[in-house]
Design a protein. Structure first.
Length: 195
C-alpha cells in the first residue's frame, strides 16, 4: 500500500486581518468564548461548549437552554433560545409573533467556525451589545459539538479541535436536529421546538 504524502502540497495560508476582528471581546471579559481565549486557534469540546452556554442565561433573561434530545452517546442536545421576553417554551416563543431564526452550527467536522461565531453572537446578545437583534426576530441556535477525537490536518487553517468523531470512532458526516437524537424527531417536531 502506498504511503500518504506527509509534506504540505499547498502554500501556507496568508495572514488575515479583517474587520470581523472587531467582534472579538476583551481578554479580561468574563464571557470571553473558549475560542477567543486561544486567539481562535482551537474550538471548545462538547463539555466546554455546554459549560459556556450555561453561563449565558445567568447573564441575561433573554437566553434559555432547552434540551431537545440526546446524542447516541447519551449526551443532552441543547437548543439555545434567545427572545426579548425570555421565552422558555415553544408556546411562549410563538406568542410574540416575531419570526424565529434557526441557526445550526458545527454540523460538519473542520467547519466549526460557525459554532465559535455563534457563541460570540450569543454572548453579545446576553451582554446587551447585540440585544437589539431580538426586537425583530427570535433566535434559536443548535450548537452541535461532537466529542473530539482528532486534530485538524497539517497545513490546515481549521481550529485544532475541528475533527470530530463519535465515541465509537464512526465519523459523523452530517449532524442535524432530526438525525442526532435517539428519539429521532421529525423536522416538523423540531420546528415546533424552535418556534
Amino acid at each position: 500500500m502506498p504511503r500518504c504524502r506527509t509534506t504540505p502540497i499547498l502554500p501556507p495560508a496568508p495572514p488575515w486581518r479583517g474587520a470581523s476582528l472587531n467582534l472579538l471581546t476583551r481578554t479580561d471579559d468574563p464571557l470571553i468564548t473558549p475560542s477567543e481565549v486561544n486567539d481562535l486557534t482551537d474550538t471548545p469540546s462538547y463539555d466546554e461548549t455546554i459549560a459556556y452556554l450555561r453561563k449565558l442565561p445567568a447573564k441575561s433573561a433573554s437566553i434559555n437552554l432547552v434540551v431537545f434530545g440526546q446524542t447516541a452517546q447519551g449526551r443532552d442536545l441543547y437548543l439555545v433560545v434567545a427572545t426579548k421576553e425570555g421565552a422558555k417554551t415553544a408556546a411562549e416563543v410563538v406568542k410574540n409573533g416575531r419570526p424565529t431564526l434557526l441557526a445550526q452550527a458545527g454540523i460538519h467536522s473542520g467547519e466549526i467556525d460557525g459554532k465559535d461565531a455563534g457563541l460570540m453572537l450569543l454572548r453579545d446578545i446576553a451582554t446587551g451589545r447585540k440585544s437589539a437583534l431580538l426586537e425583530r426576530a427570535n433566535s434559536s441556535s443548535f450548537q452541535s459539538s461532537m466529542p473530539t477525537a482528532t486534530s485538524a490536518a497539517p497545513n490546515s487553517t481549521a481550529p485544532t479541535n475541528a475533527g470530530r468523531s463519535t465515541r465509537v470512532g464512526a465519523r459523523r458526516r452530517k449532524t442535524s436536529i432530526s438525525t442526532a437524537t435517539t428519539s429521532r424527531p421529525t423536522p416538523r417536531k423540531c420546528a415546533r421546538c424552535s418556534h
